[in-house]
Design a protein around this ligand. Sequence first.
Ligand SMILES: Cc1cc2nc3c(=O)[nH]c(=O)nc-3n(C[C@H](O)[C@H](O)[C@H](O)COP(=O)(O)OP(=O)(O)OC[C@H]3O[C@@H](n4cnc5c(N)ncnc54)[C@H](O)[C@@H]3O)c2cc1C
Length: 432
Amino acid sequence: MLQVAIVGSGPAGFYTAEALVKKFGAEVRVDIIDRLPTPYGLIRAGVAPDHQSIKAVDKRYAGTATAGGVRFVGNIQVGDTGVTIAELSDLYDVVVLATGAPQDRPLGIPGEDLPGVIGSAAFVGWYNGHPDFAALAVPLQHAGACVIGNGNVAIDVARILAKTPDELAASDIVEHSRIALDASRIRDIHLIGRRGPHQASFTPKEMGELGHLSRAQPLVDPTHLPPLEADDALDPGLRKTVGFLRSFAALPRDERPITIHFDFLSRPVAIEPHGDALRLIVERTRLEGETAIGTGELHAVDCGLVVSCIGYRTTPIPGVPFDTAQGRFVNVEGRISPGVYAVGWARRGPSGTIGTNRPDGFGIVDLIAEDLTPADRQGGAGLDALIAARGLRPTSFADWQRIDAAEVADARPGAPREKRVNLDHLLAALLP
Ligand SMILES: Cc1cc2nc3c(=O)[nH]c(=O)nc-3n(C[C@H](O)[C@H](O)[C@H](O)COP(=O)(O)OP(=O)(O)OC[C@H]3O[C@@H](n4cnc5c(N)ncnc54)[C@H](O)[C@@H]3O)c2cc1C
């Protein structure tokens, strides 16, 4: 029997489990271990709460978890607390790290540690109910907010800051964030990017949505748009996205109270305290080819909140070689060391969609099959003994289903669920 431990229950972990069962059938046992009591990684804690249809992919993962041969073992940290990689390598033939990239990349500018400057992992975790960020203090009392980055996470953040309570009614945004956002005084949301519209990583669906917000208008400076004929060279998706930006630039200002400013060609250089708030110092840039070059021309944007959405890093795990520059585990096509592999964002860094993790998971299983020298390992029985000896409290998939049912039962009218945002409350759903 092949014994496999997958560390991380996000898309990469679940697609790997699915591929293992497809490849090895009844000859494999898979434990998917997660530090949280709940499964699904960024499907639960990253994907925007007002994008419920995207979260529906969890049904497929639930199918994998319940089809036989696969267990979910939640609430167990792998690393220096919980269980170690060395212990897993003793117990299982194969260990696959699918731990994602949960840490914000630093901005690397003065002032980034000031109160009010928040990374998107924390900000998104706060409104999505990640237990690590339930107590985050998010200042929403000033008119200005800066969102740094030109990708879809920046759009998610701007959209959540801009939407009305009614527009969020059918989402699973958590109560503490809903109440805080309801009282928000933010009126000017600046989306700050070093380069121009042609270099942005926004996708058309997310961009198009910004044109339909009930109290917020997107504003694009027409001088930031390249000549129309230059759009012909773009791939179809980006051309459509830039088309939306052109349509925003052509719109007259209307009465909607919130403005989402697209500040292209703008490089943040410092964040400074300013009265009881902040100001972001921005350098105007110009493009040389695809590269943004500073012009030396500075201006300040007043704000109370800065959210950086400039990418993520994997959290190192003791005993696993780590590439500090790239922010992920050292690996060659997913191979880390004999019997230890990486997949998903932990392998390739924070890029691609949920679906990108599927070929990644299936590809790693082909490598595992090539490399395999099965030994007679204890697998899950050994893990259970270790967990019991340490007095840890794991959650099973059946436990998750009870938490899920409790969250669905707690939902406010029209919402899919009310997430439990701290560990005690999550585990309280399992009390008799
Ligand atoms: C804000 C945001 C919004 C996004 N929206 C979309 C979208 O709308 N559509 C789309 O296609 N893609 C979206 N993505 C991308 C998508 O979420 C990722 O491609 C995908 O989640 C990566 O999967 P993963 O399994 O590698 O990592 P993750 O989903 O991050 O899963 C990693 C798992 O590992 C666990 N873990 C970490 N460390 C340990 C440890 N030491 N021990 C045990 N467990 C551990 C974590 O708790 C987590 O459950 C979004 C990403 C972000 C950040």
